[in-house]
Every structure is written in C-alpha cells, then in structure tokens.
Ligand binder design. Sequence first.
Ligand SMILES: [Zn+2]
Length: 64
Amino acid sequence: MYTQHKMVIEADNGAEVLFVCPHDSCGRRLVLKRSGGLVVLDRGDFFALHFGGQGLEVSGDIAG
Ligand SMILES: [Zn+2]
C-alpha cells in the first residue's frame, strides 16, 4: 500500500507551475508546464503516490 502525498503549488508564473511535496523526508519537487510535459527537480519518496490539485489534471503525470 502506497502512502499518498498531496503536493502543493509553490509558484505559478502562468506558463509553468512549481509543485512541492510538504511531507518531511520527502521533498519531491517538479515543474509542470502548461504547454505539456514536466520536469522533476527532486524525486523525493519513490514509494509515495503523489497527487496535486487546483483544477490541474496532473495526478497521473506526477504520480510516482
Ligand atoms: Zn512526497
């Protein structure tokens, strides 16, 4: 069973959104491009299931 981590938006410049995982000992960070694609900055806890919110359909993209 995976632990679920809800990622939060730390910055948003209109074209890209920076998501961070607030959980201790994780620290996953990634940039989601609204034009498509994403860049993982820090992998964080590999075994946690990550998801985000705020209307962005990113749950599939940022999972794992
Ligand atoms: Zn996490």
